[in-house]
Write a protein that binds this ligand. Structure first.
Ligand code: ADP
Ligand code: MG
Length: 309
């Protein structure tokens, strides 16, 4: 145990990560100060991760720091926003230098990966909880909303689905993947891709978008209800990684992909006449009506998307 006080911890572990185009004043004063690019609106989103609820007890500091930044980055991507900065509020049960060094490593890597310089935060004593707020820039009036889908459009997803839920199920000792796939699946849970690199192309083609945090069917349901239309998904078109494609238990794999959360891939709608962005797969279409249906999957017998309460 260290005798570091709050201010030394902030200086030691949470400074020197604030360099970025938008940063005028970083951590150390009462507020951070950011300069927005011209003709830009500010997008912001906050997420809190609690040990035992959002990540398993005993997860490495580096993994949870990375995941905290990545999951918030994903919200910016889903709006079509470009990353500007992040703020981190951390509650720690104690000051453990080894853990904090590890945490900083993951934090630093995520901040670089997603271009989200850390410009401020808060540090309190309490159960391990990580709360990240991110800021992004959007061309005025261009934000990609959940409510923008029109009837007769394609529904697409980025990447592959189900890997993070499969990785979490492995961490929770619910199943045992092939040795060769363990690292990949656990990584998909702790190190989501967060498709910020798709944000610009989505602004060009997409009419509505959401990131998949609670499970595809639950999240696409928000596009359906906000856009006041029906969405029909074809389970046979869901893209799977090689690690999941080779499994025999199709119902389990579909459950992870359609009802398991944590993938942080993007789901979006676009007119069929436009070019599908690289790395994305059409999985269904919008129609008149309400709700989400899924050809080839028994929605009722499956677990619904994650709910906190
Ligand atoms: P105040 O009491 O004025 O809110 P604090 O003492 O909480 O300020 O924090 C001092 C400075 O350190 C602030 O600039 C704050 O943004 C920064 N800071 C505190 N905790 C963190 C953290 N976990 N990560 C990054 N910056 C932090
Ligand atoms: Mg103050």
């Amino acid at each position: 145990m260290e005798s570091l006080d709050e201010f030394s911890v902030i200086r030691e572990y949470f400074s020197g990560l604030s360099r970025g185009k938008a940063t005028i004043i970083g951590p150390g004063d009462d507020c951070a100060v950011l300069r927005l690019p011209a003709e830009t609106e500010l997008a912001t989103s906050s997420d809190t991760l609690i040990e035992g609820s959002h990540f398993p007890v005993g997860s490495s500091g580096a993994d949870i720091a990375y995941r905290a930044i990545a999951t918030s980055a994903s919200d910016l991507a889903a709006m079509g926003a470009q990353p500007l900065a992040s703020v981190l509020s951390l509650s720690l049960p104690d000051i453990n230098a080894t853990w904090l060094e590890d945490f900083r490593r993951g934090l630093s890597s995520a901040i670089q990966c997603f271009s989200l310089p850390l410009v401020g935060g808060d540090l309190t004593a309490g159960p391990l909880t990580i709360s990240v707020t991110v800021y992004g820039g959007l061309p005025i009036g261009q934000a990609l909303l959940r409510s923008g889908a029109r009837q007769g459009e394609m529904v697409l997803v980025s990447g592959t689905l189900g890997d993070a839920a499969a990785g979490l199920a492995f961490l929770n000792k619910e199943w045992e993947p092939d040795c060769a796939d363990k690292e990949f699946l656990v990584r998909r849970f702790f190190r989501p891709e967060s498709r910020l690199n798709l944000a610009a192309s989505l602004l060009e083609v997409a009419t509505a978008a959401i990131d998949i945090s609670d499970g595809l069917l639950a999240d696409v349901g928000h596009i359906a209800s906000e856009s006041e239309l029906a969405i029909e998904i074809d389970a046979n078109k869901i893209p799977f990684s090689p690690a999941l494609s080779k499994l025999d238990n199709r119902q389990q794999v579909l459950n992870w992909a359609l009802s398991g959360g944590d993938d942080y891939e993007l789901c979006f709608t676009m007119p069929a006449s436009k070019k599908v962005p690289d790395g994305c797969t059409p999985i269904g279409f919008t129609a008149s009506g309400t709700g989400v249906s899924c050809e080839g999957f028994d929605i009722l017998s499956s677990k619904k998307g994650y709910r906190h309460f």
